[in-house]
Ligand binder design. Structure first.
Ligand SMILES: NC(=O)c1ccc[n+]([C@@H]2O[C@H](COP(=O)([O-])OP(=O)(O)OC[C@H]3O[C@@H](n4cnc5c(N)ncnc54)[C@H](OP(=O)(O)O)[C@@H]3O)[C@@H](O)[C@H]2O)c1
Length: 335
């Protein structure tokens, strides 16, 4: 009999790849989506759809009870739903932290605990390595989230870890890129338009994980016996921001004009945009939260445990991943 998996945030970039991998691995695949969600990347007829409203424990309880009447127990739940770009500052905590708590509380309340609960956290929950160096952030370091997004993920992690007898794994991916992704896409599009923009004059060390590598890792972890641990996830290498641009320019075969904007200017613009937008209930794309991430200059993280515990090694380095990603953007006429 097929193992049963429930994936939240299945309609998004990473979620849609998790679903594809779960189908490939012959799981009975259940997805939790919202009425407003697009099913563009969830076309496989084998996918079983459920609607879950994490905002109300009462509604969530009814919805989960209904699922429980059909599925006795999930082997795995991947809680991948989350906001990386909130509409306002409060939304990070609401969706990433409170909704995760609501989900966990309700699973326990109705005795619907899975054999394994995987939480998609983020490297942002821990913050960065030592600024101005290439010293990585280590798993034993004290977490220092750089922004509210990171804090919301950390608070959810802490809650999950505080539960007794609840088998979990926490993954904290660094920047995930690949087909269907919409943030790095802006960077690729800018280079495609011959502009190479940098914030600040200091070297920034970046880390990446290609989405196919990320989902491979998750399923290696599911197949392992390791439980109740947390990991950073990256491809094991680090790249300075100029290398990222160089690889992209080479793949796109473009020449660019370099623009370097001082951090203080970007911060000033972000501050101004936030204040202008506030009376209209809007939250600008460039906001202070974003600047905290952009100005951090060392996103290197410890990844050795992924090899030790799951025998995981990334198949894609940045260049291989960027080639495949840009091929997809071109095929889909995004570039
Ligand atoms: N992309 C990265 O570089 C990266 C790095 C580290 C961690 N992560 C984490 O990975 C997860 C997936 O990110 P992604 O990049 O795939 O983002 P994404 O494409 O924006 O997908 C987010 C998913 O979460 C769902 N979601 C958002 N708000 C929700 C709510 N209030 N209730 C229920 N579902 C909600 C979305 O559903 P709808 O389709 O209905 O909006 C969507 O399926 C997130 O938890 C994110 O924090 C991402």
């Amino acid at each position: 009999m097929s193992k049963k998996i429930l994936i939240t945030g299945a309609t998004g970039f990473i979620g849609s790849f998790l679903v594809e991998k779960a189908l490939e691995k012959n799981f009975e695949v259940h997805v939790a989506i919202r009425k407003s969600s697009s099913k563009q990347y969830l076309q496989d007829k084998k996918i079983i759809f459920h609607y879950l409203d994490f905002s109300s424990k009462e509604i969530l309880k009814k919805e989960l009870q209904e699922i429980k009447s059909q599925v006795e127990k999930f082997d795995v739940i991947i809680h991948n739903a989350g906001v990386t770009k909130a509409k306002n500052v409060k939304e990070y905590d609401t969706v990433n932290n409170i909704y995760t708590r609501n989900f966990l509380d309700t699973l326990l309340e109705i005795d619907f605990k899975p054999n394994l609960f995987i939480f998609t956290s983020s490297l942002a929950a821990f913050g960065c390595g030592k600024p101005g160096t290439t010293e990585p952030v280590m798993l034993h370091h004290e977490p220092k989230p750089v922004n509210l997004y990171g804090k919301s993920k950390l608070d959810a992690e802490k809650y999950l870890q505080s539960l007794e007898d609840f088998p979990y794994l926490i993954f904290r991916p660094t920047g995930v890129y690949g087909p269907r992704e919409k943030d790095y896409y802006v960077f690729f599009k800018t280079i495609n338009n011959h502009i190479e923009a940098y914030i600040g004059f200091q070297k920034q060390y970046l880390t990446f994980i290609y989405v196919k590598d990320y989902v491979n890792l998750v399923f290696k972890a599911i197949e392992s016996n390791v439980r109740n641990k947390a990991y950073f996830v990256a491809d094991g290498q680090y790249y300075d921001s100029e290398t990222f641009s160089k690889i992209t320019k080479k793949v796109l075969n473009k020449k660019t004009i370099k623009i370097k904007v001082p951090v203080s200017v970007v911060k000033g613009i972000a501050f101004l945009l936030e204040n202008i937008s506030k009376p209209f209930g809007k939250y600008p794309t460039l906001n202070k939260e974003k600047v905290y991430i952009l100005e951090a200059n060392n996103w290197i993280c410890e990844t050795e445990q992924l090899k030790t515990d799951f025998d995981f090694e990334a198949e894609y380095d940045l260049e291989k991943g960027v080639i495949e990603t840009i091929e997809w953007y071109k095929k889909e006429k995004w570039l």
